[in-house]
Write a protein that binds this ligand. Structure first.
Ligand SMILES: [Zn+2]
Length: 121
């Protein structure tokens, strides 16, 4: 990616990040109104999106830093690194959601069970 393209991508990612923050606040409001576990799962999805948006934004910002003594070829590889981190997140999510769905299909659990034990100390 050229610098002008990175700069454009960075602006779009920032717009998406801000939109997702707005959507997250609406979903938190909806969750507080309903206390529904489905809404909580829905909210978690947006939270993960925000994490990915932030990683993408940081990666693109780092990639724009001009070449210096330690990195004579520039910092373009930060863009690839952030892409790798996001793919790992997406991969882990896919495995987790698929295995839960398969388990639910086989065992036949019709509801989502969220264990809140981790909240107690
Ligand atoms: Zn450097």
């Amino acid at each position: 990616m050229r610098l002008s393209e990175i700069s454009k991508a960075k602006k779009v990612v920032l717009l998406i990040l801000l939109s997702n923050l707005f959507i997250l606040s609406l979903k938190i409001y909806l969750f507080l109104m309903t206390l529904s576990l489905v809404v909580l799962a829905y909210l978690t999805d947006t939270f993960i999106d925000i994490m990915n948006d932030s990683i993408a934004f940081i990666g693109l910002r780092k990639a724009m830093v001009p070449a210096d003594k330690d990195h004579p070829y520039g910092h373009g590889k930060y863009e690839a690194l952030s892409r790798l981190i996001i793919s790992i997140f997406v991969f882990v999510s896919v495995i987790e959601i698929s295995s839960q769905s398969i388990e639910r299909l086989i065992i036949g659990k019709g509801f989502i069970f969220v264990d809140f034990d981790f909240l107690t100390f």
